[in-house]
Design a protein around this ligand. Structure first.
Ligand code: DAH
Length: 348
């Protein structure tokens, strides 16, 4: 076979191989084997020194022509294969945005947090500030400053968890009253505050008692605050909480830190007052304790009772939530059973 025929055969075979090759690695292999230093074309070009002077330019230019042709074919095929590889990768990695997402179950705010925030919002809307107190309190603020000296019999009303003789976990949110009163600058106006938080008592847990529950303390101090202000305020709040048709009534009661003291009932939101299971057939629901701040409590916080007066109240959000949602066991709020909690899912 002549050299030319050999080159032609090589060209045709290589072109066919290039056309058939399916991946880039194999294509590169063909390039190395055909055009590389040890490949047949290089060999032909190297052997040209043995050719005659007439043959040399003819074979030389033919070999160059074939080399260019094959180089071009290799490049062309490479591009085709690269595009195909890219498309295949894109096909595989495509995100189908129409696929339904994974369902994530999300939690919800605790029902007590929901109720407390709702009550806080009502007071904030009336110009009250929210004050956080301390769960670990001193006997001084929890009792003495609330007009409950060490030997006071009313201390028995609040069975206490003591940490030491002087330190306890608070039995009510009332100590926040004293802490706020002593700091308040009355030259800047009245004091209106609510203080929500956890309180603790040495109670045996049952359906209606828990060693941990919540209170929202309220306090207003200014000149000329009267029982009328207390009643009017609580009436507005109860209507917002339980419906516009609600009425309230005050019954005399006793708390050491208020004088006079009252127990406040709201007309039943379920039956409207005619009697049902929620109000135990009485038409009224006992909802909070309140009263006019005792002059001694004012004095102990550095406020002159001849100049200032005020009212206070203590509200139980656990009880509000139980009444509103028909929860008959307070322990449900603290056991974190998701079957219970998920009933109070809100869209947030
Ligand atoms: N501290 C009282 C308690 O835990 C609740 C209370 C009653 C608070 C009357 C008040 C109030 O501020 O005026 O039993």
């Amino acid at each position: 076979m002549t050299l030319k025929a050999q080159l032609e055969a090589l060209r045709d075979e290589t072109l066919a191989n290039i056309e058939n090759v399916a991946d880039l690695k194999a294509l590169n292999q063909i390039r190395v084997e055909t055009l590389g230093k040890k490949g047949p074309i290089t060999e032909v070009l190297r052997g040209m020194k043995d050719l005659s002077a007439e043959e040399r330019p003819i074979v030389g230019s033919f070999a160059n022509e074939i080399r260019d042709l094959l180089t071009e074919a290799l490049e062309g095929r490479k591009e085709v294969l690269e595009t195909a590889a890219l498309n295949a990768a894109l096909d595989q990695e495509t995100i189908d945005v129409t696929l339904p997402g994974k369902q994530m179950s999300h939690g919800t705010r605790h029902v007590l947090s929901q109720v407390m925030e709702e009550i806080e919002d009502i007071f904030v809307g009336m110009g009250y500030q929210i004050v956080e107190g301390y769960e670990v309190e001193s006997d001084h603020y929890n009792f003495e400053r609330m007009n409950l000296p060490k030997d006071h019999p009313a201390r028995d009303m609040q069975d206490t968890f003591y940490i030491s003789d002087e330190i306890l976990i608070r039995t009510h949110t009332s100590p926040v009253q004293a802490r706020t009163m002593e700091k308040h600058d009355f030259s800047k106006g009245a004091l209106r505050m609510v203080s929500p938080g956890k309180v603790f008592r040495r109670d045996t847990d049952d359906a209606t008692h828990s060693h941990q529950f919540h209170q929202i303390e309220g306090l207003v101090i200014d000149k000329n605050i009267t029982m009328g202000d207390l009643k009017g305020t609580l009436e507005v709040v109860m209507k917002k909480m339980f419906g516009e048709d609600r009425k309230i009534r005050l019954r005399p009661s006793y708390f050491p830190f208020t004088e006079p003291s009252v127990e406040v009932d709201v007309s039943c939101f379920k039956c409207g007052g005619s009697g049902c299971n929620v109000c135990k057939q009485t038409g009224w629901i006992e909802i909070l304790g309140a009263g006019m701040v005792h002059p001694d409590v004012l004095k102990m916080s550095g406020i002159d009772p001849n100049e200032y007066s005020g009212f206070a109240f203590g509200l139980g959000p656990d009880r509000v939530a139980m009444l509103r949602y028909g929860v008959n066991d307070i322990r449900n709020f603290y056991q974190n059973d998701l079957r219970f909690l998920n009933q109070f899912k809100v869209k947030e």
